[in-house]
Ligand binder design. Structure first.
Ligand SMILES: [Zn+2]
Length: 87
């Protein structure tokens, strides 16, 4: 998952450009774990093991995602936490 590739990704719902936050990188500089967020609809798309999770929420496993968000909670901004209802 390279940053160049991610920059071509947009929100599947409203086609807005996604903001990318990098949590960890691989040795070659590719993103290993991170979070993409849509500035318009506020949806969050986690990057787990280099793979962006772009599916709509209803098709996702919210439990496994929750542990991901909890792991990186200190890195999330207030808007994201509000959206995820982590507070
Ligand atoms: Zn969106």
């Amino acid at each position: 998952m390279t940053k160049n590739f991610l920059q071509k990704l947009c929100c599947p719902f409203d086609k807005s450009d996604l903001n990318i936050q990098v949590f960890t990188k691989k040795e070659n500089g590719d993103i290993h774990e991170g979070l993409m967020s849509c500035p318009d609809c506020k949806r969050q798309y986690p990057i787990v093991f280099g793979v962006p999770i772009m599916a709509p929420e209803e098709y996702r496993e919210s439990k496994s995602e929750l542990s991901f968000y909890q792991k990186w909670q200190s890195q999330l901004n207030e808007e994201t936490k509000k959206y995820l209802q982590l507070e």
